[in-house]
Design a protein around this ligand. Structure first.
Ligand code: SF4
Length: 352
């Protein structure tokens, strides 16, 4: 456990436990503000604060699940880490290289090591390209290998994801949703990446197919020593695949913790509400569902103080005035909520 009897407010996890692990990705105080244009002259009249001062690390070989409602900023965050969009502020370090301000040419050389699996496998696969061409395309962009080697790798990848080498002659429309996602996974693996972001990769699939794709991703992680950032809108999907889970609300991290600790002992009222909606596998156990009132406020006009105070059943005066910072509760469990700190930032009740 980290020292928690002094001021432990922090915006930058990790704690002492995580310091022993090797970092692959470091996200430091990252913001993404999209300008809002208005008036005849189309001047900037405000900003949508899609991601607002977020910091965390992803360690080699782990899966970090990121969960939040639509508008929480989770997909924008994923796209910034791959530098598909530029951060407004902050630093993103990938494999010891600062990619937040690097030129697109330099980013391109790192992109071979970072790939993405998209939510809609059909929309992300060009229907006019054969499956073989789709899987080969990233290799053509990022690697200098012969045609024969590329073909060999395409066949191996299709076998690895359970489709068989002959699938390379077919087109995406000839496959089911789950099979198309397997094609998306084979394509993401084609450059032998170290890191994969799954942006809601199973949300569009039937529940039975979801678990097959999740199992495949877990198996590939072990086989190829992959590190995952797994984005989802619901906690039940990330439960099995994640080592740690970050819960986002209105562009900020509300809570981040190892999976077991987060599901067993959620601290943030928003996480508690999300967990209460996860179906309980043991039907004899009853879980009271916490219903949140209202919708998430607009990220262009976020509330003062705690971003969750307009919907929080435990909100009090301090919540409207002061923004809670992520606070170390011990054992890698961080929460941004005034229920756990004194006004000077000391932790009221450490977890362990
Ligand atoms: Fe609720 Fe206040 Fe905690 Fe925000 S800081 S989650 S409003 S109790």
């Amino acid at each position: 456990m980290t020292v928690i009897n002094e001021k432990t407010k922090t915006n930058t996890p990790p704690s002492a436990l995580s310091e022993n692990k090797e970092k692959l990705v470091e996200v430091k105080n990252v913001k993404k503000y999209f300008p809002v244009k208005g008036g005849i002259l189309r001047r900037t009249v405000g900003h949508v604060k899609a991601v607002d001062d977020v910091s965390f690390n992803i360690y080699k070989g782990e899966t970090l699940g990121v969960v939040g409602e639509s508008g929480s900023g989770k997909s924008t965050l994923g796209r910034m880490i791959l530098r598909l969009i530029d951060p407004t502020e902050g630093q993103i370090i990938f494999d010891e290289k600062d990619i937040s301000t690097a030129s697109q040419r330099k980013v391109r050389s790192s992109r071979k090591d970072m790939q993405m699996i998209f939510q809609d496998p059909y929309g992300s696969l060009n229907p006019r390209m054969s499956v073989g061409e789709l899987i080969e395309e990233p290799m053509l962009l990022h690697e200098k290998i012969s045609k024969d080697e590329r073909k060999k790798r395409v066949v191996e990848l299709l076998e690895t994801v359970g489709l068989g080498g002959e699938a390379r002659f077919k087109y995406p429309h000839e496959f089911s949703g789950g099979q198309r996602q397997r094609i998306g996974i084979a394509r993401a693996l084609s450059t032998k990446p170290k890191f994969i972001i799954g942006d809601e990769p199973v949300s569009a699939l039937d529940v039975s197919v979801q678990s097959q794709v999740l199992n495949l991703m877990s198996q590939l992680q072990k086989e190829f020593n992959l590190t995952y950032l797994f984005i989802a809108h619901d906690l039940s999907v990330v439960k099995h695949i994640s080592d740690r889970v970050a819960v986002m609300y209105l562009g900020r991290i509300a809570e981040i913790a190892p999976k077991r600790s987060l599901y067993k002992e959620p601290l943030h009222p928003y996480t508690k509400a999300l967990i209460s909606a996860v179906p309980e596998p043991d039907v004899t156990k009853k879980r009271e569902k916490i219903k949140l009132e209202g919708d998430m406020p607009s990220p262009s006009n976020p509330p003062t103080g705690c971003p969750f105070h307009t919907r929080c059943p435990e909100a009090h005066d301090r919540c409207k005035a002061e923004r809670p910072e992520l606070t170390d509760m011990g054992d890698e469990h961080y929460v941004a909520c005034h229920l756990y700190t004194e006004e000077d930032g000391t932790v009221k009740r450490p977890l362990h």
